[in-house]
Each structure stands twice: as structure tokens, then as C-alpha cells.
Design a protein around this ligand. Sequence first.
Ligand code: PLP
Length: 422
Amino acid sequence: MRTSAVWYPFTQHALEPAMRRVARTEGAYLIDEDGAPILDAISSWWVVTHGHRHPAIMEAVRLATETHDQVIFAEYTHAPAEELASGLIDIAPKGLAHVFYSDSGSTAVEVALKMALGFFHNLGRPRNRICVLEHGYHGDTIGTMSAGERGVFNAPYAPLLFAVDRLPFPEAGREQATLDAFEAACASGAVAALLIEPLLLGAGGMKTYPASVLSELKRIAERHGSLLIADEVMTGWGRTGSLFACEQAGITPDILCTSKGLTGGALPLAATLSTAEIFEAHLSSDRRKTFFHSSSYTANPIACAAALANLTVWKEEPVRERIDALSERQRRHAAHYAEDRRFSDVRQLGTIAALDLKVPEGGYLAEVGPRLRAFFRERRLLIRPLGNVIYLMPPYCVTEAELTQAFGAIDEAASLIAAGRL
Ligand code: PLP
């Protein structure tokens, strides 16, 4: 009998086992109520970068609670938000000048879409088309679902979703088709922005594409006066090997969305960074040109303090060295399976490794997914395949032994599935 009143996200309550309670977290582990450590090989939905409860970030949170709780963020401001904004501008791709705060990846993207449309509207040259990549994921609000791949996740809400122009995913050898489709869409003169996950599409199946495609898309956007919105909600904070994935393409997007690793995974916070041009299009003695967006907990001071501490961790600790070392380990482990016939499309980008388990029917609802999840759960590994796509995106403190354990379990699960024993 169900005893919990909680309605959990992405959870089919009729089928799922009881939730396992986490008593505390530490480094790369969740520790359950019986004291059993569970290796968090997906960084708790990709938010935890350095490791759970990084001491400097938790200390900053404790200190911030001595002076602040929520502070209204219009007419009034506070040091953590101001310092964080300038810190973010310092480390973001050059050319981004303003920071708008919100609370989640989805809201960071919603804000970006509104900035893009507001920009053209305020200039008196309205544009209303948004281009996106096939297989993209940008969140679960109505706006971000509209921009994301359509399917089982959003079918009931389809009547409310707005239309976008979808570009084919730049599959290896077919990159030109993506560029051509974007060029053709832009020719209409109606494209406000291309919204894109740089280098790696996360929830859409950990699909990677070359940096050269991203830089070419940016050039096309510039030629047509369209904006490029980089959704770095997942890729930011070192996941793909560089602080932001856009760096690898040598581009500065017009708008950059960040969340997840912004606080190192300690507290919810998001930021949408824009160029001066976009900000200035909203500057006017005409109050109708105001950027009309807010949420009650915008720029929460304690979350901003956590993010500021995260910036200090990046400056003072060898984070980049840890990322390089983890990326190299992921590369070696993935390479081991490159020719393995149980898998296809074995890939690695920075700290992320992914492989597709060959099954008769793939996709997010592949029936192998829950069986794999149950197997990993039993092994005390938090690994949540996206259907038949198995991936590891651990915190940067994960050790070689822990990574070997995770790959070992994937190997064993694949063998059991192949033998019809799982
Ligand atoms: N954008 C990308 C690329 C994401 O991967 C996600 C979440 O996984 C989001 C947006 C939505 O973020 P949130 O779940 O914090 O709303």
C-alpha cells in the first residue's frame, strides 16, 4: 500500500518500487537510511559537479543564512547577486554582459526565449520563429516543451505547444543538411533565434555533434541577424571538458542559459546571460519595453552565495585538472567497448560517456530501461539509462575504482540481457 503523499517527477507510481530514502550525501555517494552507500554515477540529474556537499560551498551557505533569506529583487539588491553577476561575466564567453536570474534550467530557457522575442519586438522588427535541433530537450514548462522533441513526454499537452522550426540533428556525415536547413529557415527573415544545446544533446539521448557545426550555425545566424541561444544547462561547468561547451566552438552565443552546476549542485539557481545589445533593446523611457519577467525567489541570496563559492572553488582548486583526468578515464573505458557488439555508438565527450545497448526496440520507453535500472539499483549504483542509452556523468571527485565498478556493472548487465537473464 502506498503511504507517501508525494507525487514524484518522471515516475510511474503504478510500476515503480518504493523510493529509497537518502539519509545524507557525501562526495560521489548517496547514503541511504541503512547506511548503504550508493554511487551517484549521474550526479543526481547532472547537478553535482565537484561532489555532494563540497565543504566550501556548504560553509558559504551556512554563512549566508546568518545575514540573508529571500530579498525582493526589484528596487532592492544584495551583494551575493551583484558579485556573482560580475563573476559570471568574467568567466563566460567574451561579449556577454548582463545576467538575469531565475530558479531552474527550464526558467533560464524561458527567459532566453522571451529576451529574444522582446529584442526584436522592441526594435520594431518583430520576429516570431524559433529554430531548434531535432532530439533537443530544454525543460518541462510549456515554452521549453514546445522547443523540445515532441513525443511521449509531451503528447497530452501538444494542443498548448507552439510551433518551432526543427533542424535535422547533425548526424556524422550529414552535418551539411543541418546547416542548409538553418540557412533556409533564416531566409524567411522571421527567425528570432536558434535555441541549441552546444555539442551534446542530453536528455535526447546523449547525442554528440562536432564543434565545427556549432560555429557554422553561429555564422549563419549572424549573417541573417538571428540570435543564437546556447542552452548550457547541462553542458556548462565542465561537463564537456571546457567550462562552457561553446568555448570549444570558439563562439559567444547572444544568450547563454546556465543552471544545474552553477551552485555546484547545492541549491537551485539559474542565470540567463545576454549581450549588451539585447539588454539595451529593453532600455527605454517607454515602460512597455521593460523585460517583464520575474519569479518570487529570483536571485535567492543563499543560492547566489553557493554559486559564488562555486566560482571560488573553480579558481582555487585544480578543477580543470580533475576534469581532464576524469575525461581521460572515461575515454579509456569507453574505448574498451568501441568494438563490442553488444553496444552501438559508444561515445565520450569530456566527463560524459554513453553507449547504446543493442536491443530489438530502443527509445526512451524501451522495456529494457526499467530492468537495467533495477539491476543497477541492486548494485548500489545510481545509473538511470535513457531507454537503452546507458550513460555515466559522475561528479568530478569520482575515483578510477568507482568508475571501473560502474562500467563493470554495465558490462555485466549487457551480458545478462544478451543471455536473456535480465
Ligand atoms: N536544458 C537542458 C539542456 C537540460 O538538460 C535540462 C534538464 O535536464 C533543462 C534545460 C531543464 O532544467 P531543469 O530541470 O532545471 O528545469
